[in-house]
Design a protein around this ligand. Structure first.
Ligand code: HEC
Length: 477
């Protein structure tokens, strides 16, 4: 029933008009879309970046258009049982279609936080990733990663990881409106050949799961909520409190303290239809994981995120050291509108220029040097003459995997060829002789580079995968 109801509008939403710039006959037509969850989203967005440093601290201000996204997953009591609400739209689509080949089958609604990840490396420093300055996060996007064409559910979660041989680590600062904002940090992670991992120290949040008897592990402490152990599902989506906070974050806006569910029951709690409790517990991180401070506000469709980190940290094997003149290279990923898997926006890598001024004609963020030291006196980024914002175009990459980019795609289990396999720049990418930006602009309106091979925002449509079901293969393993 559901399929029939949604298929017609979804097919209408995939007209050749979308592909007008590249031509409809250039690639295999996408398979029909199923499920209700994959939303059409803008092809591209623009992020504004400013940077400054004083004697010992780096300040980064990032403004980006996105929904507020301060809700994630909840436990919802309905029909006599608790179930999980929320998740990325691709996983929810698998649940709607009850298709275990494409993901979990127990989700009921799409709701995922807005998140922004910053990836930074010093490409020529020990531990840096030399090719990052040319290819950025595309070095870590693989055909066998979750939701990609050569992924199978039996593989489990396969996160992004650096292509073997590219070595080193990329420092990753991952800010999330639910999972890190309450603690005032971006989660300090790093990406290497084994994948994405966290620096040492306590995490800013913990995802909760239903226990063996089907109950959430926590309920609200009625002493802090005027007697409520849970909140009506609709209310938790629209008002405070909507998150559990550990004692270390007591009093943070939007949160209330939890008690163990069993204690709530002992105190007389009987779940009522439509009760809801959060599926995350936020807490104060520590150690190296808490290195990146974050402060963010949302207004009229734009997040304004300020990140602060010491130029030098104690963990030089997982943190980029920013004291010198670089070169540094940075790239951004934006998760918005309930995106997960391959569906987040990306930027190309751009230079973060600490010494001197950026090369004219290239997209680069200048780190303006200011007096003083410490994180307590941030620069006045509203002075845009002194701290000029750099426009960073971001786009939906679809299934632009490293294997595709270097011409090394293989089939698996006799999978059909559903997407374009040939990359015009494969020899240059495989040999590292040219950067993405040497051949591609991002937006059709950008000034094309010398070897003008087309604007990525449009070309990715040809590669497919932006609105196609996942994992985009025919036949089960
Ligand atoms: C040496 C030049 C060159 C480099 C470097 C290069 N490309 Fe390309 N790319 C091309 C050409 C040529 C095409 C084909 C354009 C056409 O047919 O209109 C292409 C096509 C594409 C397409 C469209 C998909 C398809 O099926 O053709 C994508 C996506 C793409 N490139 C992404 C990238 C990314 C990401 C990078 C960096 C990791 C990159 N390219 C680096 C030259 C290059």
């Amino acid at each position: 029933m559901r399929r029939r109801r949604v298929l017609a509008p979804l097919l209408l939403a995939w007209p050749c008009a979308l592909l007008a710039l590249v031509g409809c006959d250039e690639f295999t037509a996408p398979p029909p879309r199923v499920g209700a969850a994959i939303p059409l989203r803008p092809d591209g967005k623009t992020l504004l970046a400013q940077a400054a440093k004083n004697g010992d601290t780096l300040f980064l201000r990032l403004r980006f258009p996105a929904e507020q996204g301060t809700r994630q997953q909840y436990f919802h009591f309905t029909g006599g049982a608790w179930r999980i609400e929320g998740g990325g739209f691709r996983e929810v689509e698998a649940s709607l279609d009850q298709d275990p080949q494409r993901g979990p089958t127990d989700l009921h609604s799409a709701r995922a936080e807005t998140a922004l990840a910053v990836a930074i490396t010093a490409p020529t420093a020990p531990g840096g990733v030399p090719q990052f300055a040319r290819f950025g996060c595309f070095l870590a996007c693989h055909d066998r990663s979750s939701f990609m064409p050569n992924w199978r559910p039996t593989d489990g979660r396969v996160p992004m990881h650096l292509f073997p041989g590219f070595g080193g680590f990329v420092d990753v600062w991952s800010w999330g409106a639910v999972r890190t904002a309450p603690a005032g940090v971006a989660d300090d992670l790093f990406l290497d050949e084994s994948g994405l991992a966290a620096d040492s120290g306590a995490a800013p949040s913990t995802d909760l799961a239903l226990d063996a008897s089907g109950n959430p592990p926590l309920a609200f402490d009625p002493a802090a909520t005027g007697g409520a152990f849970a909140r009506p599902f609709a209310a938790i989506l629209t008002s405070d409190p909507f998150l559990f906070a550990a004692p270390s974050l007591a009093g943070v806006a939007g949160t209330a303290p939890p008690i163990p569910f069993a204690v709530a029951v002992a105190q007389g709690y009987h779940p009522a239809e439509d009760d809801a409790v959060p599926a995350q517990l936020v807490s104060r991180p520590d150690g190296s994981r808490a290195d990146v401070a974050a402060r963010a506000t949302w207004d009229a469709g734009t997040w304004d995120l300020h990140l602060t980190r010491a130029l030098a940290t104690t963990d030089a094997t997982h943190d980029v050291q920013l004291g010198g003149d670089g070169p540094f290279s940075v790239a951004f990923a934006l998760y918005s509108e309930n995106a997960d898997g391959r569906d987040h926006y990306v930027s190309l890598p751009i230079a973060l220029v600490a010494g001197g001024t950026p090369q004219p004609g290239t997209i680069a963020i200048a780190i303006v040097t200011v007096d003083g030291s410490g994180a307590a006196a941030p620069p006045d980024f509203t002075d845009e003459a002194r701290f000029p914002p750099t426009e960073v175009p971001i786009f939906l990459p679809g299934i632009t995997s490293q294997e595709f980019l270097v011409g090394a795609i293989t089939t698996r289990d006799g999978a059909a060829r559903l997407v374009d396999w040939t990359h015009g720049g494969q020899h240059a990418v495989a040999s590292g002789s040219a950067a993405c930006a040497d051949c591609h602009a991002v937006r059709p309106t950008d000034i094309p580079p010398a070897r003008a091979a087309g604007a990525l925002e449009r070309l990715v449509i040809r590669r497919g995968g932006i609105y196609d079901p996942t994992p985009l293969f025919e036949g089960a393993p």
